[in-house]
Design a protein around this ligand. Structure first.
Ligand code: NAD
Length: 259
């Protein structure tokens, strides 16, 4: 048993079928949590669950679109009939590249629905259960929450809201023993990044991977495991004094670029 054990904890992880959410799901299960993955890509979620189960640990996959309140409520009500939720990880999110002129109304609505309303839906549905045991909420913000990034108008808008929702929830529920924090990753090497490079820079994949790596002063992208380990600490009892905080994990992007 480690210092950051999650033994007997029940965790909901949205977007646990891929990238950062998958690493968080595997890490939490290794530390003894029962993991509920809510992902609209049910095949990917099932794949994560299979990996967890083959290691002798506990997880369940639920097909869910976090932007659909009815869908979120049905799943969380179903879970809380038999279990109390200890941890909610709002990780599911989508990206968009473009400045304000390139963002169409439908793009803005889509980013709002998944990245903002999705977080609201999952928190609103989980709060009654989280209140019972003094739970933890951890949101995936971004460096784009607090600094200007080129061509990320809609994404930055949505991640700014994730940061301020974190403060609001932390304040409103501190008396209920709920801690709420967010993390702000720089570029992390996930299938999303590979897909972005393959789509936008065919034939120049290696060159672009290196270029994107160097935008972090530390000279590389983060790994999903590095993100999952910070999330593990923040959701463990060892972080009991931490609430209403935003944690950069960005290879120096926000504070060291240009210095
Ligand atoms: P990813 O694309 O690899 O995985 C996202 C997962 O969320 C997928 O399994 C997808 O099916 C699921 N998902 C998407 N929309 C959903 C919806 N409406 N309902 C349910 N599930 C949905 O992404 P990732 O790179 O691992 O990013 C995870 C989170 O971290 C996102 O919120 C992202 O904005 C944030 N983030 C990522 C990076 C990065 O560099 N990868 C940096 C900063 C922040």
């Amino acid at each position: 048993m480690t210092k950051f054990s999650l033994k007997n904890k029940v965790a909901i992880i949205t977007g646990g079928g891929s990238g950062i959410g998958k690493a968080i799901s595997l890490t939490f299960a290794q530390q003894g949590a029962k993991v509920h993955i809510m992902d609209y890509n049910i095949d990917a979620a099932q794949e994560t669950v299979s990996e967890i189960k083959s290691a002798g640990e506990n997880a369940v996959a639920h097909k869910c679109d976090v932007s659909n309140q009815k869908n979120v409520y049905e799943i969380i009500h179903h879970i809380t009939k038999t279990e109390d939720i200890d941890i909610l990880i709002n990780n599911a999110g989508i990206a968009h590249v473009g400045n304000v002129e390139a963002v169409e109304e439908a793009d803005l609505d889509r980013l709002y629905n998944v990245n903002i309303k999705g977080v609201y839906n999952c928190i609103k549905a989980s709060i009654p259960s989280l209140k019972k045991g003094g739970g933890v909420i951890l949101n995936l913000a971004s460096i784009a929450s607090s600094v200007g990034i080129n061509d990320r108008f809609a994404y930055s808008m949505s991640k700014g809201a994730v940061l301020t929702m974190t403060y609001s929830i932390a304040k409103d529920y501190i008396a209920d023993g709920i801690r709420c924090n967010c993390i702000a990753p720089g570029r992390v090497h996930t299938p999303f990044v590979d897909g972005f490079i393959n789509k936008n820079y065919p034939g120049r994949e290696k060159e672009m991977f290196e270029k994107l790596s160097k935008t972090q002063p530390i000279g590389r992208m983060g790994t999903t495991q590095e993100i999952a380990d910070l999330v593990l600490f923040l959701c463990s009892d060892a972080a009991g004094f931490i609430t209403g905080s935003n944690f950069p994990i960005d290879g120096g992007f926000v504070t060291l670029n240009g210095k």
